[in-house]
Each structure stands twice: as structure tokens, then as C-alpha cells.
Design a protein around this ligand. Structure first.
Ligand SMILES: Cc1ncc(COP(=O)(O)O)c(C=O)c1O
Length: 451
């Protein structure tokens, strides 16, 4: 093709530079001092980027490397211990860069059979870890835990409706520690949330759960935490599975963060009972070392997912409905094969590397918690549960702690943010990066005695 006559020509020199930048970013990692800038500054740097005649590749890419990237938080840096960060393997990140170029449509088998087959291998790996090594389980990679939870809850509601004549409002049941997405999803699907209290570790009160189920006849789904975001708490999935079975309710396990630990046989025991759940989610972009954005949504019986999802339209009649079409298992149609970076990384390193990486991050969290306990002006409040630690300064005020946190966020030495635990302001750490250096973290935590 004549490049010059092409409506959208290619600049091969810039292309080489872009791939070189990607390679260096993957090898060197992010700059820890990058972070949010205000929009006045960003307007100065990026205003005028969209012009009638275009800036050309070189100038536009310069805007990306010199203005956009430095204004983003480097969540995959080893010092990033807030929220649930990200820590993609080099293989997963490299493959994601390549995947974009392959432009694969993976909504249906006809568009992406090879990619879908490989994604399903990764799904099968996760489902076999959950004890669903059978032919009827299956699912799909969606953009994130929120969409995964939404799609699972919708499937649960459809399953309930197929067995009950529903006249009253429906409800889901979860603990007070359930992720914020559950409340949002309940609003979207217009159902109520029955919130059960949690114990001192953040685990759901099973007795109260049973009482609530007896009292409320229209609960269609119990949502179990498998690694609550705030505390790392894992609900007693076995006990919840008993209740789900007894009362004929769908059991969904939200393991967006924590279910990654299934990859480590030692930790897998923590999720006993999951083999009896109806659906689960786990985000490879959290603790399974894959890049954004990716959540594995899996149904123990995939047909129950398909019964709720899948779009219909005359233009879709040509799609082979007997084939495995990922679009049919969640609220989406067009999709990229976002499970492939996990698949590639698993293929490159093998599953044992994942077990080792989970164990390593758990050891890092344990070491940090042990050291916190030894520091007399810090109080270890909880953990590590999985890799979440809650603690507080016994010397600094809330404002001083906030200032401390901001200072270290800005200088790139640590991203450690406050949260609220049982009504009290505490600091929270969540380790998911195998390169986090516990002694470096402790060095920064030791400065929590002064400003
Ligand atoms: C337990 C849990 N569930 C759901 C979510 C939502 O996932 P996402 O941010 O990928 O939508 C999160 C995110 O942190 C989470 O920790």
C-alpha cells in the first residue's frame, strides 16, 4: 500500500520509537514520582493536541511520554501499597502490547476462536483451582470486578426468577465488608442489599446471616467475600455454601483481589467451600500479575450464565449459537481477548511461578506486619489477612498522618493511604508486588513518629 496516499499514514521511525519506549517501560518499570497534576497544568501541556491537520506521530507521542505518563500514578511500582495495586509480569505486559496490534475480536467464536480457546484455558486453570474441574463450568474475562459482579448477580436473579413467582422486591445478602461495587450494582439492577455485620476480622456473621435469610424470603444471592478490599477478610465460604444449599440461594464469591491466592496450594484451604459456589470473580489485574483490565467471571454451570446474558438482534442471527461465544456470559458484546496476557504469562512461566509469587507476597506482608508490631509508636490493628495490614500511629494526629502519607506519595517512597476500620482512622497496606522491599517500607513507616 502507498503509505503517503493512505488516509492514515504510518511513520515507521516513530513506530520504532514507540516500541522501544514500550520495551524500556516494561524492563525499567514506572517512575515512582509520577502522579496526578492539576488540570490547569495539563491544559498547558495538552491543550491544542487535537488540531485540524494533526500534530504528526512524533509530537503526539511526545505528549504521551512527557505530559500524560508523568501525570499518572505508577500503581505497578513496588512502593505502591494502597488500594489493590497492580504488578503485571514482564511477559504479561509485553504480550498486552503485542495483543493490541493483533486486533482480535473475541466476542464470538467465529471472530476469535484461537484467542477464545486460549482464554478458556486460563479460565479452566482458575476453575480447577476452585474445584470446578468439569466440563460444565466456564465463563469470560470482563473489564473488571464491578462488571463481573454485576453480570454474576444478574445471572443469579434470572435463575431465581425462573424458579419463583416474584411479587416483592428482591435482595442480595452480603457482609458490611462487601466491596462498594455491590451497592452500586444493587442500584443498577434495582434490588435491596441486606447487610450483615462482620466480626473483628471482617468476616460475615454466619448466625446473623441465617436469621436474615429466614426473615427475608426474597434473597436471591449471597455474596461471600474472598479477600475483602479493606481488611483482606475471607468469609466462611463453607458455612455460606451450607446456607445457600439449605435455602436454595445462589452463592457468588467476590474474590476480585483475594481469590488469586487459590494459585498457592497452601493458601487455597482458606477458601474451603468455594467448590460449592455458583459463581466467582477474580481480577488478574490485581494479584494475578496481569495488566489492566481483566476480571475472570466464572460460573460453576456456564449454562446459567448464558441463560441470563447474550444479546439478540437480526444482525446477530448469523452467529453460530452452538459455538462458545464469550459475549453470551456477561453484559457486553464486542470485547478484546483481555484474558490473553494472563494466559501468555502462565504459558511462559508455568503455574508454579504463580504459587511462588503468591507465597512471596504473603511473606513480604508478614514481614512488614511483624516489624510494625516491634515499633513502639505504631499499633498493628489487623493482619496480615492475605496481604492486607491495618495499623496506626500512636503519636501523630490524623492530620499529621495525612500529611505524612501525602509527602511520601509525592516523593515516590511509599503509597500508603488511610482508611476507616470499625469506625477508626487507620493506615492500610496491601502487598501484591513481589518486588516490594519490606525493609524499605519499614524504613518509611519508622518516620511515623515525626513530621
Ligand atoms: C473485592 C473487590 N470486589 C470488586 C472490586 C471491583 O473491581 P474493579 O475495580 O476491577 O471493578 C474490587 C476492586 O478493588 C475488589 O477489591
Amino acid at each position: 500500500m502507498n503509505n503517503k496516499k493512505n488516509t492514515f499514514p504510518t511513520d515507521e521511525t516513530s513506530l520504532d520509537e514507540m516500541f522501544m519506549w514500550a520495551k524500556e517501560r516494561i524492563i525499567d518499570g514506572p517512575d515512582p514520582i509520577n502522579g496526578a497534576k492539576n488540570s490547569i497544568l495539563l491544559e498547558k501541556q495538552l491543550g491544542g493536541a487535537i488540531t485540524k491537520d494533526g500534530l504528526g506521530w512524533n509530537k503526539a507521542f511526545d505528549l504521551f511520554t512527557k505530559a500524560i505518563v508523568p501525570s499518572t500514578r505508577p500503581f505497578d511500582h513496588p512502593t505502591s501499597l494502597a488500594f489493590v495495586a497492580a504488578a503485571p509480569t514482564p511477559a504479561a505486559s509485553s504480550f498486552d502490547a503485542v495483543l493490541g496490534a493483533a486486533e482480535i475480536f473475541a466476542g464470538n467464536w467465529d471472530g476469535g476462536s484461537g484467542a477464545i480457546f486460549a482464554e478458556n484455558q486460563a479460565i479452566k486453570w482458575i476453575s480447577s483451582l476452585a474445584g470446578w474441574a468439569n466440563e460444565i463450568s466456564g465463563g469470560v474475562f470482563v473489564s473488571g470486578g464491578t462488571l463481573g459482579n454485576l453480570s454474576a448477580l444478574h445471572a443469579a436473579r434470572i435463575a431465581y426468577r425462573s424458579n419463583h413467582s416474584v411479587t416483592e422486591r428482591l435482595s442480595v445478602l452480603c457482609s458490611s465488608e462487601a466491596h462498594s461495587s455491590i451497592t452500586s450494582i444493587a442500584q443498577v439492577i434495582d434490588v435491596d442489599v441486606i447487610e450483615i455485620s462482620s466480626d473483628k476480622y471482617g468476616k460475615i456473621d454466619v448466625k446473623e446471616t441465617k436469621e436474615a435469610i429466614k426473615k427475608n424470603k426474597n434473597i436471591f444471592c449471597i455474596i461471600a467475600n474472598a479477600g475483602a478490599t479493606n481488611s483482606g477478610a475471607i468469609d466462611d465460604i463453607d458455612a455460606l455454601a451450607d446456607l445457600a444449599y439449605l435455602f436454595g440461594i445462589w452463592l457468588h464469591v467476590d474474590g476480585a483481589y483475594g481469590l488469586a491466592a487459590l494459585a498457592d496450594p497452601q493458601s487455597a484451604k482458606l477458601f474451603s467451600g468455594i467448590e460449592r459456589a455458583d459463581s466467582l470473580i477474580v481480577d488478574p489485574h490485581k494479584w494475578l500479575f496481569a495488566p489492566y483490565d481483566s476480571c475472570a467471571l466464572i460460573y460453576r454451570n456456564a449454562k446459567r450464565g448464558a441463560a441470563a446474558h447474550g444479546q439478540k438482534g437480526h444482525y446477530l442471527d448469523v452467529i453460530d449459537k452452538t459455538a462458545w461465544n464469550p459475549s453470551d456470559f456477561a453484559l457486553h458484546l464486542t470485547r478484546r481477548p483481555r484474558g490473553l496476557p494472563l494466559w501468555f504469562s502462565l504459558a511462559v512461566y508455568g503455574s508454579q511461578a504463580y504459587a511462588n509469587a503468591i507465597q512471596k507476597t504473603m511473606k513480604i506482608a508478614k514481614k512488614i506486619a511483624d516489624e510494625i508490631e516491634k515499633i513502639k509508636y505504631l499499633e498493628l490493628i489487623l493482619g496480615p489477612q492475605l496481604t492486607v495490614i491495618l495499623f496506626r500511629s500512636l503519636i501523630l494526629s490524623e492530620e499529621e498522618v495525612y500529611e505524612w502519607s501525602e509527602r511520601h506519595r509525592r516523593d515516590g517512597s511509599l503509597l500508603c493511604l488511610p482508611t476507616i476500620w470499625k469506625g477508626k482512622k487507620v493506615l492500610r497496606i496491601c502487598v501484591i508486588n513481589t518486588n516490594t522491599d519490606p525493609s524499605q517500607v519499614i524504613k518509611v513507616l519508622k518516620t511515623l513518629n515525626k513530621l
